[in-house]
Design a protein around this ligand. Structure first.
Ligand code: PMP
Length: 395
């Protein structure tokens, strides 16, 4: 059976130039092709595989749950231990004001749910987002995507959406008593790893508190240890009213959540009841996998290792032929200066055994966001290869 043929003809692709690298298994920080070719994974499925690929604890949790039950029903009928235990674990690690977890399937759905929750709770309509942020592919969150090229083709989108610039303090005056919520990535991922300016998130928090707008942190990419704290909000010292999580939350299985206080969350219970529902949200196998992965992240002290690993990447790449290194923790963008060089670089990186990727809204930098389990020697090996490929693609 020619998989490549099926992939290109029967399986819909939305990329005009899919890479077509076949992977037959993955373990730890490595992915392997059918011929045994090994790739060091510097993408982690876009910040998903924080505990590494196929960690034995996660595989065991999945197998055990699969043999008990898979889908049952999620509208409150049945107590399912993986969901309850995972919600309890998360709440035990979060501040008191984030004590209620609603499980969904993905980052997009988590953000859709968060926006609906904010509208219900505040009774307001306006939503404010930031240019160059990415919150998902569904219509609601697409309305917050500033890239005209992406969203123009899909109008009409949500009305009453306004955009400001990330790190623009003056732009915060857009937030008013009309605003239901402000959605922000505490550190912008797909914009090319853009960190918040000193005091920006604090000012945003103050403005939201003053106007009664709910502050939503989209931590789909920054969550579960990637920036050296369980969530980025801890690192930046600002607690949102609603936290959204996804990607690494399922330990490699599909899972997301919006998390808030019980008081805010209860507004989805009435007028109408079942204010958000989702057939597969919080799938028991995903929750079992996610809880196991979180336990790995905690018990293997992966979070506290992030800063040293990030520093090692930066040190080893500092004298390479690059323009700039951006980002925070293990969400790093390496700026190459031109899209042409980047395209050449990524192709050659794969040929040389490194999986890296573009950012959606930055066409001249590549991504370093490996599983958090990556070791010092694996970082050294990866950087050797990256430097070799950088020389090959010279400016
Ligand atoms: N928010 C952020 C910050 C993301 O990076 C992404 C995905 N790249 C999403 C939301 C969307 O998540 P999903 O693809 O699971 O819907």
């Amino acid at each position: 059976m020619n998989l490549r043929h099926l992939f290109l003809t029967c399986q819909a692709q939305t990329s005009p130039s899919p890479f077509c690298v076949e992977i037959s298994r993955a373990e730890g920080v490595y992915m392997y092709g059918p011929d045994g070719k090994r790739y060091i994974d510097l993408i982690a499925g876009v910040s998903v595989s924080n505990a590494g690929h196929c960690h034995p604890d996660v595989v065991k949790a999945v197998n055990e749950q699969v043999s008990k039950y898979m889908h049952l029903m999620v509208y409150g009928e049945f107590i399912q231990s993986p969901q309850a235990l995972y919600a309890g674990k998360l709440v035990s690690l979060l501040p008191e004001s984030l004590n209620n977890v609603y499980f969904v399937n993905s980052g997009s759905e988590a953000n859709e749910g968060a926006m609906k929750l904010a509208k219900r709770y505040t009774g307001r309509q306006e939503i404010i987002g930031f240019r160059n942020s990415y919150h998902g592919g569904t219509h609601g969150v697409l309305s917050l995507t500033s890239d005209e090229h992406y969203r123009n083709a899909f109008r009409p989108l949500l009305p009453d959406v306004r955009l400001s610039d990330f790190n623009d303090f003056d732009g915060l005056s857009l937030i008013s008593e009309r605003t239901a919520c402000v959605m922000v990535e505490p550190m912008q991922g797909e914009a090319g790893a853009i960190t918040p300016a000193e005091g920006f998130l604090q000012s945003l928090r103050e403005r939201c508190s003053r106007t009664g707008a709910l502050l939503i942190f989209d931590e789909a990419q920054t969550g579960f240890g990637r920036l050296g704290k369980l969530f980025a909000f801890e690192k930046y010292g600002v607690v949102p009213d609603i936290l959204t999580a996804a990607k690494s939350m399922g330990g490699g299985m599909p899972l997301g959540a919006f998390i808030s206080s019980k008081k805010i969350m209860d507004s989805l219970k009435t007028g109408p009841a079942l204010g958000h529902i989702t057939t597969f949200g919080g799938h028991p196998v995903s929750c079992a996998a996610g809880l196991a992965a979180l336990n790995v992240i905690l018990s293997e002290n992966l979070i506290s290792s992030v800063e040293n690993k990030a520093a090692l990447f930066r040190k080893l790449l500092q004298d390479a032929d690059i323009e700039e290194i951006r980002g925070d923790g293990l969400l790093i963008a390496v700026e190459l200066g031109s899209p042409e060089r980047l395209t050449k670089f990524i192709r050659l990186a794969y040929e040389n055994g490194i999986a890296t990727d573009w950012f959606l809204f930055s066409n001249s930098s590549f991504r370093i966001a490996p599983p958090l389990i990556i070791s010092s020697s694996q970082i050294e090996e990866a950087c050797e290869i990256l430097k070799k490929v950088l020389i090959m693609t010279g400016r």
